[in-house]
Design a binder for this molecule. Structure first.
Ligand SMILES: *[C@@H]1O[C@H](CO)[C@@H](O)[C@H](O)[C@H]1NC(C)=O
Ligand SMILES: *[C@@H]1O[C@H](CO)[C@@H](O)[C@H](O)[C@H]1NC(C)=O
Length: 433
């Protein structure tokens, strides 16, 4: 009884020591579902009623988010993308949903989504037309559209940038921030602006973006292929000195949706996308058919430790810390409570690769004993010191992902943490010796 009490007091102490305050919007990367990559601009409800962009599709995805465990893990956004409107605005100049595909309107859809404890995202385009050729938002329509979205009860806006220009975007994106704020409704704001300006300074001002947007698409759209995932990972890694410092609570880089569960990735590649997006502190936006997703894809996307790492309250984006022999890369993300995540990634296409290294080689300098958990297998490694050599076996186009944290500081004998370390078992032991 006494032992139990000590243990729970300790766990409480650690938990409160490690928690961060959350109040504003998107203090951690948003999680949910977004239509685009999987369902595109399919408006053919006559021939393909199950898969066309319609209120039924979004209501069904909302149902699946709730019943299949997604919502409880944090996947709460149900996001509409392009091709939801009628081809023309109404007589008052307002955007209207396509009357055949959204017969009950967006307000009713928002009510439905909210009744399930979820949030609704919508799509607009700062320009003459959306990318799919539907009505865009011109500069003088920004306030009208913001108030329309707020009246409908929308929780998030993705503002695309087709049929636009650099000048138009520099005027329009900040103006939408002010317009959304003026509605009085908290609407998270995703800006596609940098993706249309090459994603890098001097064309892109990331200081300004973090002041006005909660997230932004930096680079090209993802497609349903491993090549596409690789090109995105390469671009983000090659420009990490610019991009990595921009991310933090309330403002995130967005490498685009997860394509896990679709047609283009093997199981190993799916694990890789999930691990690398988590290192990048990326939004976890599913773009797959939740009605037919396989059990193995679901397990990857519903990995609790993975989600905990992605949602770490410090919100520090990770980096590629090492490229070796052109086919092994190591990524690292610092986490709260002195924990961190490591991803060992292989670009080989032959067979599982045995990669030997040590934490010291990976720039770990804190002389401590670490507890390691393999994020995919759940396997624990106890008692790892920074100079200990270890070997990970990485499958072709796959990853090994570790979550690790110090359990005893070797150069700080009186550290609070050390009280709980029991040397005979080399196990973390939540009782004083
Ligand atoms: C509007 O902006 C102010 C100042 O940044 C902020 O305190 C407030 O919460 C914002 N309101 C909405 C609805 O976004
Ligand atoms: C970027 O935007 C910030 C915030 O608006 C501004 O202070 C800064 O001068 C801009 N930087 C450049 C290079 O334009």
């Amino acid at each position: 009884m006494a032992m139990k009490l000590v243990a729970s007091v300790f766990i409480l102490a650690v938990a409160s020591f490690c928690q961060a305050l959350e109040n504003g919007l998107m203090r951690t990367p948003p999680m949910g579902w977004l239509a685009w990559e999987r369902f595109r601009c399919n408006v053919d409800c006559k021939n393909d009623p199950q898969n066309c962009i319609s209120e039924n599709l979004f209501m069904e995805m909302a149902d699946y988010l709730v019943t299949n465990g997604w919502k409880d893990l944090g996947y709460v956004y149900v996001n509409i993308d392009d091709c939801w409107t009628a081809k023309k605005r109404d007589a008052k100049g307002r955007l209207v949903p396509d009357p055949e595909r959204f017969p009950h309107g967006i307000k009713a859809l928002a009510d439905y989504v909210h009744s399930k404890g979820l949030k609704l995202g919508i799509y607009g385009d700062l320009g003459i037309y959306t990318c799919g050729g539907y009505p865009g938002t011109k500069l003088n329509q920004i306030e009208l559209d913001a108030s329309t979205f707020a009246e409908w009860g929308v929780d998030m806006l993705k503002l695309d940038g087709c049929y636009s220009s650099a000048w138009y975007q520099a005027k329009g994106y900040p103006r939408m921030t002010r317009a959304l704020n003026a509605t009085g409704r908290h609407i998270a704001y995703s800006c596609s602006w940098p993706a249309y300006r090459g994603g890098l300074p001097p064309q892109v001002n990331y200081t300004l973006l973090s002041n006005i947007c909660n997230l932004w698409r930096n680079y090209v759209d993802i497609q349903d292929s491993w090549d596409s995932v690789l090109s995105i990972v390469d671009w983000f890694s090659n420009h990490q000195d610019v991009l990595q410092p921009q991310a933090g609570p309330g403002h995130w880089n967005d490498p685009d949706t997860l394509i896990i569960g679709n047609f283009g990735l093997s199981e190993e590649q799916s694990r890789s996308q999930m691990a690398l997006w988590t290192i990048l502190a990326a939004p976890l936006l599913l773009s797959t058919d939740l009605r037919t997703i396989s059990q193995s894809s679901k397990e990857i996307l519903q990995n609790k430790l993975m989600i905990k790492i992605n949602q770490d309250p410090l919100g520090i984006q990770g980096r590629r810390i090492l490229q070796e022999k052109s086919y092994i890369e190591v990524f690292q993300r610092p986490l709260s409570c002195s924990a961190s995540a490591l991803v060992f990634f292989s670009r080989r296409t032959d067979m599982p690769y045995h990669y030997t290294t040590s934490l010291a080689k990976l720039n770990y300098t804190q002389n401590a004993i670490y507890e390691v958990q393999d994020v995919y297998t759940g396997e624990m490694i106890s008692g790892l010191k920074i100079t200990d050599k270890f070997t990970v076996v990485i499958n072709p186009s796959g990853v090994v992902m570790w979550y690790l944290y110090p359990i005893m500081y070797l150069d700080q004998p009186f550290s609070f943490l050390n009280q709980f370390y029991k040397s005979e078992t080399k196990k973390f032991y939540p009782f004083p010796l």
